[in-house]
Design a binder for this molecule. Structure first.
Ligand code: SF4
Length: 283
């Protein structure tokens, strides 16, 4: 018997496909069609809160475009015309495709033929009349956006009315080393945010959490708000999603991490709003 798909079931193998997986999103109020290029669980960052099991450092492997097309075509038809919702016992209220999200077990823009994959997904979803009604989203740490092949992908995403959700957790060198295990400078991230926003609608996503019982450090908060002041000069970036830990980290630091309380997140959100951004909070 098929396991019911619920808002707490985030098993990426649930549909039995290599690149495509369904997620029921309580926040979005429907089905998110996830696309995973990083089938090797490889990312160029290692965030302490990352939920990818057996995460390794590296890039996405070569992608089988024909298989991706076949899987996506099968899956979207199954959802729209088949009995997907019945098989997975999806609540009637959630029986709608809210978004197609390029979001995998690693950094998706590290795949070699990134622009081609965006075109393939966008064209297919348009043909099946899922786009432009549903959203087309790229979830990225933004670290490779200085590369031409990624910029070509963002232009393609923009052509389908898509949006980039750009990870920006820390604006200090130390914080980025500890939280994201990256040596990429804050300056580089800010530059990539600027490039991204010029090519495609770009929103920031920031994960705030308690690490080793210290809460969100004051110096981190001050640096983050200062960075947002710089970003606010880029009028294209208008929106920030604040979130905290919803599911357990699969990294060795997991036992030292805890979610921030809704009051704390909401207080930060208010300060960010004062800088002119629209802020949504996912607790
Ligand atoms: S960028 Fe995403 S996939 Fe990569 S380590 Fe961080 S949370 Fe995991």
């Amino acid at each position: 018997m098929t396991t019911p798909l619920t808002t707490t079931n985030h098993d990426r193998d649930v549909a039995g496909l290599k690149y495509v997986y369904p997620v029921l999103s309580r926040r979005a109020g429907g089905l998110s069609v996830g696309i995973n290029f990083n089938t090797n669980n490889a990312c160029n960052w290692r965030c302490v809160y990352c939920q990818v099991p057996d995460l390794i450092k590296g890039a996405a492997p070569d992608l089988d475009l024909a298989l991706l097309e076949e899987e996506l075509c099968f899956f979207l038809n199954d959802v729209q015309r088949g009995n997907f919702y019945q098989r997975f016992q999806v609540d009637a209220d959630y029986r709608v495709i809210k978004d197609i999200a390029i979001s995998g077990n690693g950094e998706p823009t590290s795949v070699k033929n990134f622009a081609q994959t965006v075109m393939l997904i966008g064209n297919l979803a348009t043909k099946l009349e899922i786009l432009p009604t549903s959203r087309f989203v790229l979830i990225t740490n933004g670290s490779l956006i200085h590369q031409q092949k990624v910029q070509d992908g963002l232009k393609a995403l923009h052509g389908f009315g898509g949006e980039v959700w750009f990870k920006f957790d820390s604006a200090t060198k130390e914080g980025r080393a500890i939280i994201n295990e990256t040596t990429q400078s804050v300056k580089s991230s800010l530059e990539n945010i600027r490039i991204s926003s010029e090519l495609c609608t770009t929103k920031l996503q920031t994960c705030l959490f308690d690490y080793a019982g210290q809460g969100w450090l004051v110096k981190e908060k001050l640096a983050y708000l200062e960075a947002l002041k710089i970003i606010s000069a880029t009028p294209e970036v208008k929106e920030i999603l604040l979130y905290t830990l919803a599911r357990p980290s699969m990294q060795p630091e997991a036992s030292q991490l805890a979610a921030l309380l809704p009051d704390a997140l909401n207080a930060v959100a208010e300060e960010i709003r004062q800088l002119g951004f629209k802020v949504s909070v996912a607790c």
